[in-house]
Design a protein around this ligand. Structure first.
Ligand SMILES: Cc1cc2nc3c(=O)[nH]c(=O)nc-3n(C[C@H](O)[C@H](O)[C@H](O)COP(=O)(O)OP(=O)(O)OC[C@H]3O[C@@H](n4cnc5c(N)ncnc54)[C@H](O)[C@@H]3O)c2cc1C
Length: 402
């Protein structure tokens, strides 16, 4: 096993259960740093959505679905309970461990894996193969080589590289003739060219509730209600992440994407225009907007930022702006800042047991494969499910070779 994230540890568990002797190599001083980081904001381990809808959240669904059916939300939840960790279903169906954190779960899991015989080698940075097929590792004591039976690679994507996964494996595998779709940011923020005035006053402020919508070039309409945060460079947050795959692809095709914001969800444009049409007297335009339609703070500032100044002479145009304020997104934030990674090892390079077709005995799992999904527990669920499948594939291969 190389890579001690959730996918790798799950593959190791299956191999150990099947009686294999498992060595796990990890480049960092400890395993599963991204899982621990995920626990900082509340570890959303899976989602209570029904199994017939659940797989529709993923790209390359047809390849993932059999594995998700086997290790879907319910099975994963039972697995967590088996570690002595309670779970609960939070708002909008998201499932969390009782304490919200990853550390107790990881501690219990590692204890169980070690008791089953897992041997972990940290600070072993995999660098590919020697000419005679041994694994090459860079370590503090210099290069080491290791022979292997079956091998599972679970090296993660390219986001948050400081936690261990930096996508460095792409070059290694491409040099073996493997097809890898370019790694791209998923569940990411976007750059917006804010004015200095707006940025200095409003960076860090949440915008809520708000509906964000846009139509992509294929004519598909995307629409979500939620909240986002204004940042120094643009926008971040759950509402933006939910639309980020389509926005990222739109920017890749057209150079930018225009996201529209409804700053007054549930209110009707004609009524807003009527309310704003009342005489304003000596009030400033901002206090008129606040007193007539209740819009204030960062929402009014967004109106000021995104609408031409001349629109404020015609309050019907302001009402239209409140319901569909155009926000031009210039670029997705870099992969290193994204929550997850799109792209990865192409599915046609893998057989149905997740073995590389041109490198027999080598299996792959987790975020390094070419799929993406929104936040909400979908990412971890797929990593666990893929880890399980790769572990079983490796076990069958070992049995066959023996
Ligand atoms: C801030 C944040 C919050 C998140 N929150 C959630 C959440 O709440 N719910 C959810 O579903 N998902 C969440 N995710 C995503 C989730 O953590 C990842 O999808 C998941 O960890 C990927 O698992 P993995 O095993 O494929 O890869 P990783 O967890 O990235 O593990 C891969 C491991 O391989 C090691 N490695 C890489 N290259 C080498 C090498 N050459 N040699 C040796 N070792 C190597 C790495 O050091 C790493 O330990 C979050 C992500 C982030 C960044």
């Amino acid at each position: 096993m190389i890579g001690g994230g959730p996918a790798g540890l799950m593959a190791a568990e299956v191999l150990l259960e099947g009686g294999a002797r498992v060595h796990l190599y990890e480049r960092m001083p400890s395993v599963a740093r991204k899982l621990l980081m995920a626990g900082k904001g509340g570890l959303n381990i899976t989602h209570a959505e029904a199994l017939d809808r659940f797989p529709s959240r993923y790209t390359n669904r047809e390849r993932l679905e059999p594995m998700l059916r086997e290790m879907g939300p319910q099975a994963l939840r039972s697995w967590v309970h088996g570690l002595g960790i309670d779970t609960f279903v939070g708002t909008s169906g998201r499932i969390f461990p009782h304490e919200m954190k990853a550390a107790p779960l990881l501690r219990a899991w590692l204890r169980r894996l070690r008791e089953s015989g897992l041997i972990v080698h940290v600070r072993h940075d995999w660098r590919g193969w020697t000419d005679d097929g041994a694994l090459r590792f860079a370590t503090a004591e210099g290069e080491k080589t290791r022979a292997h039976g079956a091998l599972v690679l679970a090296l993660g994507g390219g986001s948050w590289p400081q936690l261990g996964s930096d996508g460095g494996w792409v070059e290694t595998l491409e040099s073996r003739g493997l097809k890898v779709s370019p790694l791209r940011p998923a569940n990411c923020g976007f750059d917006v060219a804010w004015s200095e005035h707006f940025r200095t006053r409003h960076a860090g402020e949440p915008v809520k509730p708000v509906v964000a919508f846009f139509t992509d070039r294929a004519g598909v309409q995307h629409r979500r209600q939620g909240e986002f945060v204004v940042t120094d460079y643009g926008v971040e947050g759950s509402l933006i992440y939910a639309l980020s795959a389509a926005l990222r692809d739109e920017i890749a095709c057209g150079g930018s994407a225009t996201l529209k914001l409804d700053l007054a969800p549930g209110q009707n444009e004609a009524k807003l225009a009527g309310a704003l049409g009342h005489p304003r007297g000596s009030r400033s335009i901002s206090s008129h907007i606040q007193s007539r339609i209740g819009l204030k703070g960062v929402k009014t500032a967004l109106l000021r930022e995104a609408l031409p100044a001349t629109d404020f002479d015609d309050l019907a145009r302001v009402a239209a702006g409140v319901k569909a304020l155009p926000l031009r997104l210039c670029a997705p934030r870099p992969l290193s800042e994204a929550i997850s990674t799109a792209g990865g090892i192409a599915w046609d390079a893998l057989d149905e047991k997740l073995m590389l077709r041109n490198v027999p005995g080598v299996f792959c799992a987790g975020e390094m494969l070419d799929w993406e999904a929104p936040t909400g527990g979908y990412l971890l669920t797929a990593c666990f499910a893929l880890g399980r499948a790769a572990g079983r594939g490796a076990l069958e291969w070992l049995a066959h070779e023996a």
